[in-house]
Design a protein around this ligand. Structure first.
Ligand code: UD1
Ligand code: CA
Length: 460
């Protein structure tokens, strides 16, 4: 007999406790909406189909998850049990149904696979994932009978003092035999403090139906952490960031000060890269091996080669080759492509700049919409005048050219191969290869002028 597994993720609730105009499951941790983490864990757990129950801001959730999942609609958030019922048709082909909550983003596929395997081995109608927490506040408590079997789950709002003292909680994650799940859900009633159809009541109903309910207890507190308000959101962020940092340290990356190092999910970092304090690496970034980032590096969706050094600088949506040095205090805005061995020094701003290997931009420059060849020297204070108030224009500087200090390059303009541009020039015509361009007032020295002037003024 085939044992099809489908997953149902609940994401239709309002998330009132977030006090937000945005649905809870789209709040981000480590740079990505919570719901994405849950979907990924469900996919990796082996579920053939992932059904997300949406309702509140359904379109926004769909826009984030797209076609990768199947959707079921819950028109009104009448409770978690009611939400699962809305997925009945979508999971009709399943033998077992894995239920997950969209607000439990730290769940990992390994733990889910353990739950599913345990469920299948025992042949139970339902297998709950439970956890023993130091502080169980807010979670449903697991009430066991005299033989230690799960009798029912009591929500915080419905619990008496004895039940509130129970530290074993319902994580909300459970695996059900499909037929038993929906039979039980049809029998639950909203007769509780919140007037909702509680999924957890299915446990009591299954027991009454004589169907066995099992449980698997985890000690991975972080993995089952549920986010209900912004305090918990910050805690989830901290837990996840910690997990990400540990993953990279185990993969051979040195974090000098893990606490001040922020690494998003969807980042890759090569071995022997060393990261100094106050460094941020945002989603979509790929960092090579042997790099040295920070202090104070901020990398956004960029690709860095091997042995790149970035300190006190920002690099956004750019591609950086091997052995490049950036900083201190430089800003690479989106669209830069910097080849191997380039040096971008103090206080440089680059945008849409293609810079070929071995070129130096050592000090105080603005280079926008430029294509710069290899072996070029850009003097301090070089500015591309790329904007005429309406349009942007391009500057091309060919290989081995030398741009003196304080040069304005009024685009569109081209400086030919090996040409020199004299310091202080304002260039508005192309410079031929090997030429020297000087575009500044000639200097005049007036001999003896100071003495004559003093005499006139002071009457000396
Ligand atoms: C739920 C459990 C509780 C458990 C805790 C674990 C119930 C009744 N309680 O409580 O036992 O300890 O999670 O984190 O299940 N949702 C819908 N439709 C609804 C209501 C909720 O889709 O009508 C979704 C929410 O979007 C959310 C999830 O279900 O993603 C859980 O709902 P929430 O209100 O946060 O339940 P808890 O009070 O945390
Ligand atoms: Ca919750």
């Amino acid at each position: 007999m085939s044992q099809a597994l489908h997953a149902v993720i609940l994401a239709a609730g309002l998330g009132k406790r977030m006090r937000s105009s945005r649905v809870k499951v789209l709040h981000e941790i480590a740079g990505r909406p919570m719901i994405e983490y849950v979907v990924r864990a469900a996919e990796e757990s082996g579920a053939e189909r992932v059904v997300v129950v949406i309702g509140h801001q359904a379109d926004e959730v769909r826009a984030v998850l797209g076609e990768r999942v199947t959707y079921a609609y819950q028109e009104e958030p009448l409770g978690t049990g009611h939400a699962v019922l809305q997925a009945e048709e979508a999971v009709a082909g399943a033998t077992d149904v894995l239920v997950l909550y969209g607000d439990t983003p730290l769940i990992e596929a390994d733990l889910l696979r353990r739950l599913i395997a345990g469920h299948r081995e025992s042949g139970a109608a339902a297998t709950l994932l439970t956890a023993e927490l130091a502080d169980p506040t807010g979670y449903g408590r697991i009430v066991r009978d005299e033989r230690g079997a799960v009798a029912r789950i009591v929500e915080q709002a419905d619990a008496g003092p004895e039940e509130l003292a129970i530290r074993e909680v319902n994580t909300g994650i459970a695996c059900f035999r499909r037929a038993d799940l929906f039979a039980a859900l049809r029998a639950i009633r909203p007769d509780n403090a919140q007037g909702e159809y509680y999924l957890v009541d299915a446990v009591r109903v299954l027991r009454e139906m004589g169907r066995p309910v099992h449980s698997i207890k985890t000690d991975e507190e972080a993995a089952v952490f549920g986010v209900n308000d912004r305090v918990a959101l910050a805690r989830a962020e901290a837990l996840l960031r910690d997990r990400i940092r540990q993953r990279w340290m185990r993969a051979g990356v040195t974090l000098i000060d893990p606490g001040s190092t922020w690494i998003d999910e969807d980042v890759e970092i090569g071995p022997d890269t060393v990261i100094y304090p106050h460094t941020f690496i945002e989603a979509g970034s790929r960092i090579g091996a042997g790099c040295c980032l920070g202090p104070g590096a901020h990398i956004v969706a960029s690709r860095l080669g091997d042995r790149v050094r970035v300190w006190y600088s920002v690099v956004e949506e750019s591609e950086i080759g091997d052995d490049v040095r950036i900083g201190p205090y430089s800003h690479l805005r989106p669209g830069c492509r910097v080849e191997a061995g380039v040096r971008i020094g103090n206080f440089a701003e680059l945008k849409g700049a293609v810079i070929r290997s071995g070129t130096k931009v050592n000090h105080h420059s603005y280079l926008g919409d430029v294509e710069i060849g290899s072996g070029v020297n850009i003097g301090a204070g070089t500015v591309t005048v790329n904007y005429d108030g309406i349009r942007k224009h391009k500057t091309v500087i060919e290989d081995d050219a030398f741009i003196g200090c304080n040069v304005n390059l009024i685009a569109p303009v081209r400086v030919g191969r090996s040409a020199y541009v004299a310091a202080g020039s304002t260039i508005n015509q192309d410079v031929p290869a090997d030429a020297l361009a000087i575009a500044r007032e000639r200097q005049v020295n007036k001999e003896g002028w100071v003495a004559r002037w003093r005499q006139r003024v002071r009457g000396e």
